[in-house]
Design a binder for this molecule. Structure first.
Ligand code: FAD
Length: 338
């Protein structure tokens, strides 16, 4: 199918900015980072789309992270996310302003909202993208995501449909502060009666308290796998993490074994981290794990098997018993710190 890029009046890169409990989500700032690059390559404006209540508090932040234009829909009925109402409003905005690209986070809300919108707007959607770029030849959005259980990366184009919709995996793209001082333009949109389906009403929000949760912005991540042998092995990793002010993560094998909770799983079906230092302890490095950590700056792997896949991609590969090496590291840091 032929690409529609450049053959219609669609223009602009939109980022749907997600707000939860009064906080703009990190993934939205990360998408503004990649959105800025895509918009510059296309010679288009970058739009931040904000739906919510008392939204003016977010304007400066989205501008600081790159937005040229803010489309703001501020109404008390939008205080709590509602996929049906949000989709109806976005559909109206898409038809009015005709963007070329719309990005949203591959979060629980994004996953509910954007497929619904794609059906209503009759356009293609690539979900859970880990890389985005512009095809130099056609100007189309190249959307890369793991496929076939993570055993390969697929790059997908939504030829024949505009806008091109993508959901983006949290923690993969880099949030970047703007370089030019141009002020933002603000477009205020009102909601109309037909936007609100009134099919459901949020009565109360009860936050789930998770005992163990990995911060996706941790600078040092010490992740354990099956090679940690059990819960006790992870106690050692927690000890090291406390000393270096890091966070503990895990492979799915360790989570499935019940040694640690799902909240710290890293990989295709877990979280994505982009730490300064990533220490993989007793992790073999299957593709499904690597997609969740391979954009970390410095990767250190500790493994008894020198041929394990992780040892080949690590910046520093230490062949040896993880218990011995982590114990030595703990002693070393304790001595340094006095
Ligand atoms: P193993 O592959 O068993 O590796 C254990 C490693 O520990 C080995 O390399 C071994 O040499 C080493 N070792 C053993 N003892 C020691 C010791 N004393 N000292 C040092 N090294 C030692 N996996 C994820 O991690 N995250 C995901 O999100 C994820 N999603 C998936 C989604 C799908 C659809 C599928 C099919 C799989 C997914 N997996 C995921 C599973 C993935 O394929 C691997 O099975 C898993 O990552 C393996 O975990 P591991 O490396 O801890 O275990």
């Amino acid at each position: 199918m032929n690409s529609l890029i450049g053959k219609t009046d669609h223009a602009g890169v939109w980022v749907f900015c997600e707000i939860i409990n009064g906080k703009i989500q990190d993934v939205s700032l990360e998408m503004l980072g990649i959105g800025r690059q895509l918009a510059d390559q296309r010679g288009h404006k970058l739009y931040a789309i904000i739906l919510g209540h008392q939204t003016e508090t977010y304007f400066n932040t989205v501008w600081e992270y790159g937005a040229d234009i803010i489309i703001d829909v501020d109404d008390s009925s939008l205080l709590c996310f509602n996929d049906e109402d949000y989709a109806a409003i976005l559909l109206r905005l898409l038809r009015k302003y005709k963007p070329e690209i719309l990005l949203a986070g591959a979060t629980a809300n994004g996953r509910a909202l954007i497929p619904r919108l794609a059906v209503l707007a009759h356009c293609g959607l690539t979900a859970d993208c880990t890389a985005l770029s512009i095809d130099q030849e056609t100007g189309a959005l190249l959307q890369t995501r793991p496929a076939f259980g993570g055993s390969l990366m697929a790059t997908i184009r939504s030829d024949g449909f505009l806008p091109q919709l993508s959901t983006v995996r949290p923690g993969v793209m880099k949030a970047m502060k703007r370089k030019n001082p141009h002020p933002y333009e603000l477009i205020k949109e009102e909601i109309i009666a037909s936007d609100l389906t009134n099919l459901k009403r949020v009565l109360e929000i009860i936050s789930e308290e998770s005992t163990e949760n990995l911060q996706s912005n941790a600078h040092v991540v010490i992740a354990g796998g099956r090679g940690m042998g059990g819960k006790e092995g992870f106690d050692l990793l927690h000890k090291l993490a406390r000393i270096v002010d890091g966070a503990v993560g895990a492979s799915r094998a360790a989570v499935d074994a019940g040694w640690v909770s799902y909240g710290i799983q890293i990989g295709q079906t877990g979280r994505t981290v982009q730490s300064r230092v990533y220490i993989a302890c007793g992790i073999s490095g299957q593709m499904q794990h690597l997609v969740g950590m391979n954009s970390s700056d410095l990767i250190i792997a500790i493994n008894t098997d020198r041929n394990a896949p992780i040892m080949k991609m690590a910046d520093i590969a230490i062949v040896g018993d993880v218990f011995e090496i982590i114990s030595k590291l703990i002693k070393m840091f304790e001595t340094i710190k006095g």
